[in-house]
Ligand binder design. Structure first.
Ligand code: 4AD
Ligand code: MG
Length: 434
């Protein structure tokens, strides 16, 4: 039996007979020749079936194959400059595993489909070259983020998904009936991360987070993945530096390992290659001035809207760090600036080319009295935050951290218009299926 090989490895088997297992991507017929294009999730290869060279039933089986039928093909690998991928398979045998019945053909054809149709068929759409490229880049981004933090001495501590209280404001909570009590799907692992940082010093969590976002934008999902580092004894500057190192590491890794995918996505690589530290840093004050000069209606004290973020991030050729927002537009746990207590010691990182916020974080309130007052002012249930206040009762220290939204980073790195293509099965205001 010839070895079963993955298409990405065929170059190592030139001249040898191999077995490829996959799906029929396309089929061309030219007289006594058939050219099946087979994909196996690692690549795509063109087979050549010569009528005179194979058993008649093999030729007929391949000739009647329909798009996305599954099959096992045996053949000799041959270098062929004109073939996609640079190699061809001279088919000697083929076994059909399941033939897609022609009366109910594969719904996604090479013609153009509307986005709603594709989203309804997301479970099949994932098989396309473009979606596979995005899945590959997403994987690399996640792996790179973890490799970076692991190499810096961070300990991964998993935080819960079912929680008793809000972290990022009460308007976007998903409520769950928890044996008759109210629970919420987590908006962020941060509060638990703070407990973990006091245990291990440098920690991160990485998991799904949930926001009942009622707006339909190209940046918002209701379920998204976030990597959140948290560091004891760190201040705003420290985590600005950490965020900058993390993002440049991730981009560099994708550029090094996923060129093929970025090419499939027709990504302009020079834009990503720019993305080296130091990243520009501006304060909220300056950001507001810049926006007003560009004709934005924004007033000092307002939060940035999606359009504001787009305008700001178009002004830089690499990610920009915006710090010191007014505390009133940020979450309850933000530490105030010493000189101007109306400002929060916070940072948002905006990705260039109009992509906007990919990271949000800052220094946390370490003072017991102040934090207790904030919880009251934000009308949060004190009871549910007693454990969090304990962190300020028992050896409170300055600490800081941030969250990086994976889908926002994938959208930017891949150059996608909308976050819906960045996650295998997106959850949005009007989408819970498939
Ligand atoms: O700025 P956010 O809300 O910050 C936090 O949740 C902090 N507790 C994190 C921390 O300090 N540990 O969210 C952080 C990031 C955003 O910058 C964005 O990238 C992403 O999470 N994000 C979303 N991504 C997709 N859809 C949504 N609805 C998102 N909301 C936030
Ligand atoms: Mg934010």
């Amino acid at each position: 039996m010839p070895p079963i090989v993955e298409i990405r490895d065929v170059s190592q088997y030139a001249g040898q007979e191999v077995v490829i297992q996959g799906w029929l991507y396309n089929l061309r017929e030219s007289g006594k020749l058939l050219f099946p294009l087979v994909r196996d999730g690692t690549g795509i290869i063109q087979g050549v079936v010569v009528k005179a060279a194979v058993a008649p039933e093999v030729f007929e089986a391949v000739r009647h194959l329909t798009q996305e039928s599954s099959l096992r093909v045996t053949g000799r690998v041959r270098a062929e400059k004109r073939a996609p991928g640079g190699y061809e398979l001279e088919v000697t045998a083929a076994e059909v595993i399941q033939r897609v019945p022609p009366e109910r053909p594969y719904p996604i054809t090479p013609k153009e489909h509307g986005i709603e149709f594709l989203m309804d068929h997301r479970h099949l759409w994932l098989r396309s070259m473009r979606q596979r490229a995005i899945l590959g880049v997403r994987h690399e981004i996640i792996k790179a983020a973890r490799d970076f933090l692991d190499s810096q001495g961070f300990t991964l501590v998993d935080t819960p998904i079912l929680t008793p209280a809000a972290c990022e404001g009460t308007t976007t909570l998903f409520e769950v009936n928890y044996f008759g009590d109210k629970a919420y799907l987590t908006q962020s692992g941060q509060l638990y991360n703070e407990a973990a940082a006091m245990a291990v010093g440098k920690t991160y969590c990485f998991g799904p987070t949930f926001r009942a976002e009622k707006s339909k934008t190209r940046r918002h999902l209701t379920e998204f993945w976030m990597v959140e580092p948290e560091v004891a004894f760190a201040h705003l500057d420290d985590i600005c530096a950490l965020a900058e190192q993390l993002v440049s590491f991730v981009v560099e890794r994708v550029l090094a390992k996923r060129r093929e995918e970025l090419k499939t996505l027709e990504r302009d690589l020079s834009k990503l290659e720019n993305c080296r530290p130091p990243f520009p840093r501006i304060r909220y004050d300056e950001a507001v001035n810049r926006l007003q000069q560009k004709g934005s209606e924004i007033r000092w004290g307002n939060d940035f809207g999606g359009t504001d973020e787009t305008i700001l991030s178009e002004q830089f050729d690499r990610p920009v760090l915006v710090t010191h927002y007014p505390g009133s537009v940020k979450a309850f746990y933000m530490a105030p600036d010493r000189e101007r207590p109306e400002l929060a010691l916070c940072v948002d990182m905006l990705a260039p080319e109009g992509y906007g916020e990919i990271i949000g974080g800052g220094e946390r309130l370490a003072d017991f009295e102040l934090l207790a007052r904030r919880i009251e002012e934000h009308q949060l249930p004190r009871q549910a935050f007693e454990w969090y206040l304990d962190l300020r009762r028992y050896g409170s220290v300055p600490h800081a951290g941030f969250g990086m939204g994976i889908e926002r980073v994938v959208a930017w790195v891949c150059g996608l218009e909308h976050v819906r293509e960045t996650i295998p099965f997106p959850r949005m205001l009007y989408r819970l299926t498939p």
